[in-house]
Design a protein around this ligand. Sequence first.
Ligand code: NI
Length: 220
Amino acid sequence: MGNHDPHPSKRAGAHHRRRRSNGPVLALALVAIAAVGILAIRQYTGMSESIAAETSASENTLNIGGPFTLVDQDGQTVTEANYSGRWLLVYFGYTYCPDVCPTSLTRNVDAIELLGDKGDSVTPVLISIDPQRDTPDKLKQYVGLFHPRMVGLTGTPEQIAAVAKEYRVFYMRSPGDTPDSYVVDHSSLTYLVGPDGKVAQFFSHSATPEEIANRLKQRL
Ligand code: NI
């Protein structure tokens, strides 16, 4: 507009009106942001429910998981083929996680330990959804705190996005006080991956070590 505006006097008026309407506009924007947030949560909740429905419908043919290319805690490029023939307890999280991740990883290791010698055939795995900060070295230190056989996997942001999509894992950064102190909101399911590389079952954050061990016993 500018040069071609036939009503220059109205521009001043419009500007003035806009200033006065800042309050309602701000309120509308907040409502819109809240609506988007609620939609995101509902979409996420709906996704969990749909996975749950699939599980109960047919436990052995869960249509989640799939091939991946990632980097392990020793800096080696790995794919799903590196783990074929083994049972995996896979958790998506990150080393800077303040609470949920350590709890879930400890719980998964406890479940494996409850199986005694049989537990040797199950590998606990952490796939990082924070590849920017979770370098192989960082992961190596971290997974070693939980279990000598725990595998830590990271990769490029694109590789992580791809594997998260296959497992229908949700993750999203929330800013922290400094650019490097962000937290990552993420789903907290643990996936049992069978020797065929397919997800056989998943466990919620609230499942106990005993419950997981009992389900594993039925399958190993
Ligand atoms: Ni976490």
